[in-house]
Design a protein around this ligand. Structure first.
Ligand SMILES: NC(=O)c1ccc[n+]([C@@H]2O[C@H](COP(=O)([O-])OP(=O)(O)OC[C@H]3O[C@@H](n4cnc5c(N)ncnc54)[C@H](OP(=O)(O)O)[C@@H]3O)[C@@H](O)[C@H]2O)c1
Length: 297
């Protein structure tokens, strides 16, 4: 299949490209050539900026996987340019789309964030992250109809990706894992490789719809226990660290964000590896001398 990946050279996108190449797809990358330009030397690369994507005016693709869509204006431009020249358009969205942060068990049809009146469509600020993802999903559905999927994830964990708190680093360096959260606080994440495989699967099989691409809900304590199996003699968890590296509210005001219903994603083909495998592989990757990238904005 001919696949166009918008982005594809950073944390999660790297796994998408690796998975597509491993499955024998013909990949084209579109990015500015600034982030890890040495990656995938044999892959065709169209150099350009999302703000002016005219370089995409030529070519046809069976599928597009959009990893770099933040600004509404940019996603709108690529959608109109690619509308009649691609089969399926899979958009990497976020769990930040939901209006409620406290409701447990939200499905994909739960209420979404509104667009703040007067907010700019061509200038990114962090408070527009969730509303922009909502707008982008909606404009892609208006453009492509059933030929688009939106994939909503939160924490994305695994090689190439930022650490999960300090957990990987701590295990790799024989230090205590830290967790400022309540031990019973709900948490969900997805392994970057499982998410990449799902993005590819939706695109190749042209599966429409929004999906909560997250793992099952666990408590922080349950997840910490699973991660501790990555090394033979782990330290006890430090539940009162000086710094909260997860940057999460711990008073319940965000608990719904990590109790999303992932039934539809599982039905559509999301496959989740055990937490123990994610922890082991991430720790091994760090032990090999890799430095985790800073957390995504
Ligand atoms: N990581 C998480 O925890 C997480 C969670 C939820 C959702 N997401 C979503 O996942 C996506 C990001 O994943 P990632 O960072 O791993 O993606 P990625 O595809 O690996 O990296 C970002 C890519 O976008 C390109 N890019 C950035 N700005 C560009 C521009 N103006 N024009 C053209 N290309 C541009 C970069 O290359 P150049 O710099 O060379 O242009 C790079 O290839 C985002 O949509 C994010 O919202 C991530």
């Amino acid at each position: 299949m001919k696949l166009l990946v918008l982005g594809g050279t950073k944390n999660l996108g790297r796994h998408v490209v690796e998975a597509a190449l491993a499955d024998g797809h013909e990949v084209t990358l579109f990015n500015r050539g600034q982030t890890n330009p040495e990656l995938f030397p044999s892959v065709r690369r169209i150099v350009g900026d999302r703000a002016a994507p005219e370089a995409l005016n030529d070519g046809e693709w069976d599928g597009v996987i959009d990893m770099s869509g933040f600004l509404v204006r940019d996603v709108s431009l690529s959608a109109s340019i690619l509308r009649d020249r691609c089969g399926h358009y899979t958009y990497m969205s976020s769990i930040a789309v939901y209006a409620s942060k406290t409701t447990p068990g939200m499905t994909e049809s739960a209420p979404l964030l509104p667009w703040p009146a007067g907010a700019p469509e061509d200038h990114f600020t962090m408070d527009l992250y969730g509303p922009s993802k909502v707008r982008n999903e909606s404009l892609l559905t208006a453009t492509f109809g059933d030929r688009t999927a939106a994939v909503r994830s939160g924490f994305v964990v695994g090689p190439y990706n930022p650490d999960f708190g300090n957990w990987g680093w701590a295990l790799a360096h024989d230090l205590p894992m830290e967790c400022a959260a309540r031990p019973d606080q709900p948490i969900q994440y997805v392994d970057a490789r499982d998410l990449a495989a799902f993005l590819l699967h939706l695109t190749v099989h042209r599966i429409p719809g929004p999906f909560n691409a997250v793992g099952p809900t666990r408590t922080m304590a349950e997840l910490a226990d699973a991660w501790r199996t990555a090394v033979p003699n782990p330290h006890p968890i430090n539940w009162s660290p000086p710094e909260d590296r997860f940057h999460l509210p711990h008073n319940g005001t965000n608990d719904g964000t990590f109790q999303l219903d992932n039934t539809q994603a599982l039905r559509a083909g999301l496959q989740l590896r055990p937490d123990e495998d994610t922890a082991r592989d991430y720790t091994t990757w760090l032990k090999a001398g890799n430095i985790p990238p800073p957390p995504p904005h």
